[in-house]
Every structure is written in C-alpha cells, then in structure tokens.
Design a binder for this molecule. Sequence first.
Ligand code: UT7
Length: 330
Amino acid sequence: MSGKIHAAITGVGKYAPEKVLTNADLEKMVDTSDEWIRTRTGIRERRIAAPDEFTSDMGLRAAREALAQARVAPEAVEAIFVATCTPDRIFPSTACLIQAALGAKRAYGFDISSACAGFLMALDAAAGAVESGRVRNALVIGAEKLSAATDWTSRNTCVLFGDGAGAVVLQAADRPGIRSTLLGVDGTLADFLSIPAGGCRLPASEETVRQRLHCMHMAGRETFKIAVATMLEAAQQAIARAGLTVADIDCMVPHQANMRIVEAVAKRLGDGVLERVFINLDRYGNTSAASIPIALAEAVAAGKIASGSKVLMVAFGGGLSWGGTVVEWL
Ligand code: UT7
C-alpha cells in the first residue's frame, strides 16, 4: 500500500423538474417540426423548471439523493462544487445557497463556470481536493435552469435545451475511483457559444433585453464539428492516461447535446462502442453542466454501471471547453 489518497464516487443523484415540453409543444411556439428536431438532434422532450424553481433548488434535490446513496450526512460534507452557467445569481455562488439549504455547516464551496464541460471541471477540482488530503469528501453538482437563458423565439436554440440537476459524492479511497482526467479550453472560440450580456462587458439594459442578449447564442454548425473532434481526442487521451484501451470501457456517458455528435464520437472511438453509450438526451435535451451527472445517475439506477465498471465521461461546450474522465466504480 502506497498510502496515497485516491478519490472515488460513492453516491449519485439527479433531479428533473416535473413539466415536460415536447417537440409537439415547440411546433406551436416556433417554425419547427418534431421530425426536424428528432432527426437533427435525437431530442423528443425536455424538462422545464417551474417559475419559482431555481438552479439551487434542483441542485439541492440531486445532492440530497447522492448524499443518501453515499450515506454521508449533510453535516459531514466538507466541500461543495457547483458547475452551472445559469446560477441563481451572479453572486453569492449557487454552492453557498445549496450549502445553506443542506445545512452543510462544515463545507466550503464555489461555482464553476465552464458551460457543458463544467461538471468534469468540477469533478477534477473535487478530486484534487480529496487526493491532496485537504478534504475527505466533496459534493459535486451540475445544475442548470437553461430555460431562463433560452430565447423562446429562436428555433436555432430553443429546441435544444432543458433544465435539471445531477450530483455525485466523492470520498477518499485507498485505490483510484477517478482513474484519469483530460481537460482543455480554447478561448479563441469563445463567441461560438455564449450568453453575451449580463456581465460587466454588457450590463443589463433595455437594449440587451430587447436584443435577447441574456440568452444563449450558438454557431451550431461550427460548434458541431469541433465538438466531435474534441470529444474524440479527450476520450482517447483519458482512456490512454488511465492505462486502458477502448475495449476496457464498460459504459460511456457523454455530454448529451446531440445524438449525431454522440454517434460520430462513439463510431470513431471503435466498433461496438455505441452499444455501450448511455443516452437520455431524447428525454432531457441538452442540460449543459447537468447532463453528465443526470445520465450517470440514470445509468447507475438502470444497472449499466455497477461495482468494477469502468466508465468514460466526455464533455464539450462553451468556452470552448472540454473534458474526458475515466472512473472505476469501486
Ligand atoms: O452543448 C454543447 C455544445 N453544443 C453543441 O454541441 C451543439 C452543436 N450543434 C448542433 O447540435 C447542431 O448544429 C444543431 C442541432 C444546433 C443544428 O443542426 P444542423 O444540422 O447543424 O443544422 P443547421 O444549423 O446547419 O441548419 C440546417 C437548416 C437551416 O436551414 P437552411 O439554412 O438550410 O434553410 C436552419 O435554418 O435547418 C434550419 N433549422 C431548423 N429547422 C427546423 C435550424 N433550426 C431548426 C429548427 N427547426 N429548430
């Protein structure tokens, strides 16, 4: 035994708001069709948070489920990292709001803004804190109310996104649960996918609201191509860094943006990979930072991930930013 501290996922949880918005509903709102949305994205429906339901509320629900599964009491939580691009407020952080609601009196925490790659960035920050011995456990949450940042008049974006939250508990372990991580960003492509207003560069004004600059804007086609190439590279490097081959991966949990992206990445990774991919984007759409932890929680609940499983998570999104992480379920 080396005595080295490792980090392992010991609990997962998710929360999806009750309200379902179907493609048929969207047909009544913008010039689109169920057929276009299904064939171009794979999405059939998405969840929409209630008007009085916010990112911290959803993150809290997912966190409670993950803590219960890990058998960690809220008072024992030492760190809370929340990945979100739709925080309740610019500050205080969503992590602080969840910390208070949980009663996690011992925990510190902060938000991580890395759009769809945010969960893997947060997981890495948490793993670092656990592996260094600074904390014995950490709650990692991906939560989004993207419906609040969606331009409901733009068919280019409004058919894609949804709300929800997922969470995991990381704990110190004597062998690696988190086997490898590969993260990257390319800020030269920042304008491909962004919420242009609301920061100090373009503070809220009547004009920013009129131009819908508080909503997500995306160069879809350009983003698509880079997503495939980057997710493939991140997946391959994460697998190699874990000392594994593609054949060793039992379950792949990709960011759930578009079925065509997932298929392209899985096919390029190798034969038979697509059969091992967990997909739920048909029911949730793209929930940005929440997408991987929601899928992870559902894959565990469905028995696709169990003790001994080697899981590849791979993400891509605004920043541009991306990540690949290989985890062994202990
Ligand atoms: O979450 C992380 C980052 N995000 C992504 O990874 C998303 C990446 N991009 C995509 O998933 C896809 O590019 C989209 C789903 C956004 C778009 O699919 P596409 O196959 O790239 O379509 P397109 O943007 O090239 O548009 C094709 C046509 C256009 O019409 P024209 O110009 O060919 O006449 C669009 O105006 O489809 C039209 N279109 C629609 N038609 C019906 C765009 N949105 C819609 C719509 N309904 N909702």
